[in-house]
Design a protein around this ligand. Structure first.
Ligand code: UDP
Ligand code: MG
Length: 318
């Protein structure tokens, strides 16, 4: 290793508007630390001037590096590229919109020095719309029941990882990456603290409700096969109820000799069962799709360019 103490990884997608103020705020905090540091920006195929800005920032300051993707590959891929670039003994991952305050970095480092491998600042949900915060909370409660790894409400990708934690994250070969789950899966001593949530300073959030929903489904499916098990249990219970109903029907016919009117029951049963079958098929399909994606062994992103001294080029094979 290079003796570098801290790397800050920042995925950026269309952040040109606020990037300079973010960079200034970050540099101010980092210079106050007295440690050696580097900043690893990843331009995730931005359509605005983000890449040009990063190029200029890297040219001005040798502690600033960047990698630019050939198109938008998503924040997960950008974080992975950033972690591969980072050479510091500790690595902080943060957003470029100042929603993750750089002022928290000294406190994170302090906790890291006390022996923690992962330090997670958790935001409270102040300033977020009622709908979104209620939905997020409900989601986390549901996920906690279904998923084998622990996910904390309000903990995003903002965190500090020790070198060995970063190496463990990088050792996971999967392509379809759900970082929140991965961070929790690797384990190590973890500590979290709360901070006040704030609005992004410029530009707008890239997470519309559809994207969030898909992210939610990813989270549920990438970490276990409990949904498949749920399908087995559902099938079992449906079968048992059908059996009970059949026994009851036969008994009524035998005891009362009644005719068995059944149009409504029949239709309900058929429709309900088709519904369950479709959902189950969908769940299986999701897993098959994932196997297909992984089996292709595609790289998670394509690099368009990097700055000249970028560690990705020199140290580490992509
Ligand atoms: N981001 C990215 N690729 C994407 C979407 C987002 O690299 O496809 C970056 C974005 O530039 C920001 C961070 O991920 O630094 C978080 O994005 P955003 O602020 O839109 O998410 P939110 O804070 O609303 O969850
Ligand atoms: Mg944001």
């Amino acid at each position: 290793m290079t003796g570098l103490q801290l790397s800050v990884v920042v995925p950026c997608f269309n952040e040109a508007e606020g990037l300079r103020s973010f960079h200034a705020a970050l540099i101010a905090v980092l210079e106050g630390l007295g440690d050696t540091f580097e900043i690893c920006y990843v331009d995730d195929g931005s359509l605005d001037r983000t890449r040009l800005l990063l190029n200029a920032l890297a040219a001005q300051d040798e502690r600033t590096h960047y990698t630019a993707f050939s198109r938008n590959f998503g924040k997960e891929a950008a974080m992975l590229a950033g972690l591969r670039m980072a050479r510091g003994a500790a690595v902080v991952i943060m957003d470029a919109d100042l929603q993750h305050p750089p002022e928290l970095i000294p406190r994170m480092l302090e906790l890291h020095r006390h022996g923690y491998d992962q330090v997670i600042p958790r935001r409270d949900r102040s300033g977020e719309s009622m709908v979104r915060s209620t939905l997020s909370r409900a989601y986390y409660t549901a996920v906690r029941r279904c998923v084998d790894v622990e996910l904390l409400d309000g903990s995003g990708d903002f965190r500090l990882l020790s070198r060995r934690a970063v190496e463990s994250v990088l050792s996971l070969p999967e392509n379809n990456r759900f970082s929140k789950g991965i961070f929790s899966w690797i384990g190590f001593d973890t500590v979290s603290f709360h901070y006040r949530n704030s609005e992004r300073v410029a530009g707008r959030s890239k997470w519309g409700s559809k994207r969030l929903l898909n992210y939610g489904i990813d989270g549920l499916l990438s970490f276990n096969n409990r949904p498949l098990r749920l399908a087995i249990y559902t099938g079992f219970w449906v079968f048992l109820s059908a059996l009970a109903y059949a026994v009851w029907t036969v008994a009524t016919v035998v005891l009362h000799g009644a005719a068995t009117p059944g149009y409504a029951t029949l239709l309900t049963a058929v429709v309900a069962l088709s519904g369950i079958q479709l959902v189950t098929l969908g769940v299986i399909g999701e897993y098959v799709g994932r196997i297909y994606q992984e089996a292709k062994h595609r790289p998670p992103y394509v690099v368009r360019e990097t700055d000249e001294s970028c560690p990705v080029l020199s140290d580490r094979p992509l």
